[in-house]
Ligand binder design. Structure first.
Ligand code: USQ
Length: 404
């Protein structure tokens, strides 16, 4: 297939490009380097140094013989993305080109506005580019399990059948996002569903849980091909952060009581799920939703597992409960369905002690690059009122004091 990957420089975008390219698909990556620029601005560089996309695709070609095309530009700029579509004529598009961080979206008004505009306009432009060039082109959008929140009933895969006053109707499953980022992911889903109904485009929304891991094919061909792996409190996902904290000898940062439950998956399963979705497109007009995770854990489970695996490597891992910077349920019911991708043939990688040891061993190779100042959360979900401890500047910046 000819597959266009929007956001092809990111933690998931670049590994997806390599994976699909290795499987024989014709791949083009598009990115505006937003993530790199913000990491530099906020001084939260990824664990491994990451060459730019031109350098990485050249290296990839030298090592494997496969070529990946690159376009640097902004999906929010319509003439750019329309030209890319006309020239590459993709049969499938993977949309990762959204601002992916919940804490970043809660940082201040500017970051929230950027998240809103980027995530919704990129999705709108993608829909229009598909409609103009080839309405049969399948859009695979990376969604998030966080759109559902943590309701006190089972979470279905995208839709809910409701019986009311003797009649039945199927609705999109009610959404209750817990960050401004997650809100934009609810809105882009509504937008895609709308255009499926209006224009008969075909869409798969992959409602994914937090991803962990950094190794893709058994071992790196070359460390310069590794994903952008963040461990800071803005872009790092929880288990990746715990792995780095364990190696650095920093107590694991469990937020609040630690009973927050989410559906997790190894990055290897993300790649498999995206490929399965591409190879099995929905019919025209269908807005298909899959819940993309393989097992659920509480934050406390992840901390304990990291501690146990650390012990095997002689690491003394402590667990610390910090005041929760987010507004979220810390003890709750959580039972989401996730059968769609399994029925397409997904073979999950589960989180075993061996997997944790492998990941910790990889992180240990980069121990010298860990910056302990990136670990503690600095963005609060709460409205911080000016007071003796907080200057108006702190409120404007949405920053909380290090004490929480
Ligand atoms: N958490 C801690 N300690 C930490 C970091 C996080 O206890 O040091 C907790 C959070 O409070 C939350 C849970 O761990 O309850 C997951 O947090 P996360 O930072 O791993 O994930 P989140 O902010 O929800 O976002 C990540 C990705 C996002 C994706 C989402 C899937 O950044 O792009 O959409 O995972 S989901 O969580 O299912 O919405």
């Amino acid at each position: 297939m000819r597959v266009l990957i929007l956001g092809g420089d990111g933690y998931l975008g670049w590994p997806t490009a390599m994976h699909l390219s290795q499987k024989g698909h014709e791949v083009m990556v598009v990115d505006n380097y937003f993530r790199r620029k913000v990491c530099t601005e906020l001084n939260c560089e990824p664990l491994l140094p990451v060459p730019n996309l031109h350098q990485r695709t050249e290296l990839w070609r030298a090592l494997t013989g496969y070529s990946i095309r690159v376009e640097i530009g902004d999906v929010c700029h319509y003439p750019f993305i329309a030209r890319v579509f006309r020239e590459f004529a993709p049969e499938g598009v993977v949309h990762y080109a959204e601002q992916p961080s919940a804490p970043y979206s809660m940082l201040n008004r500017e970051a929230a506005a950027f998240t809103l505009i980027n995530n919704l306009v990129s999705t709108l432009n993608l829909i229009h580019a598909v409609a103009e060039t080839d309405p049969a082109c399948h859009i695979v959008k990376l969604g998030t399990m966080g759109v559902y929140g943590t309701p006190n009933i089972d979470i279905e895969e995208g839709y809910l059948e409701v019986e009311y006053k003797g009649r039945k109707h199927t609705f999109l499953y009610p959404k209750c996002p817990g960050s401004f980022y997650h809100l934009t992911k609810s809105q882009d889903g509504d937008m895609l569903y709308f255009y499926c109904r209006m224009w008969d485009i075909r869409v798969t929304d992959l409602n994914q849980g937090p991803v962990y891991g950094l190794e893709i094919n058994g071992s790196f061909l070359d460390d310069r091909l590794a994903p952008i792996f963040n461990y800071d409190a803005i872009f790092g996902t929880v288990l990746n952060r715990f792995l780095v904290q364990a190696v650095a000898g920093i107590p694991l940062t469990v937020y609040g009581k630690g009973g927050q439950t989410r559906g997790y998956l190894n990055i290897k399963d993300t790649l498999a799920c995206v490929e399965l979705a591409l190879l099995n497109p929905p019919s025209p007009g269908q807005y298909r939703v899959f819940n993309q995770f393989v097992e659920t854990f509480t934050v406390n489970d992840l901390a304990r597992k990291t501690q146990e695996a650390g012990k095997e490597l002689g690491l003394q891992v402590e667990i610390n409960h910090l005041p929760n910077p987010r507004k979220e349920a810390e003890e709750h019911y959580y039972n989401p369905t996730h059968t769609g991708l399994l029925s397409l043939g997904l073979k999950p990688h589960y989180l075993t002690t061996e997997t944790l040891i492998e990941m910790l061993t990889l992180v240990q190779r980069y121990r010298d690059r860990i910056n302990p100042r990136h670990i503690l959360p600095e963005v609060s979900w709460r409205l911080v009122q000016p007071g003796p401890q907080n200057s108006p500047g702190d409120v404007q910046a949405g920053l909380m004091l290090a004490s929480g």
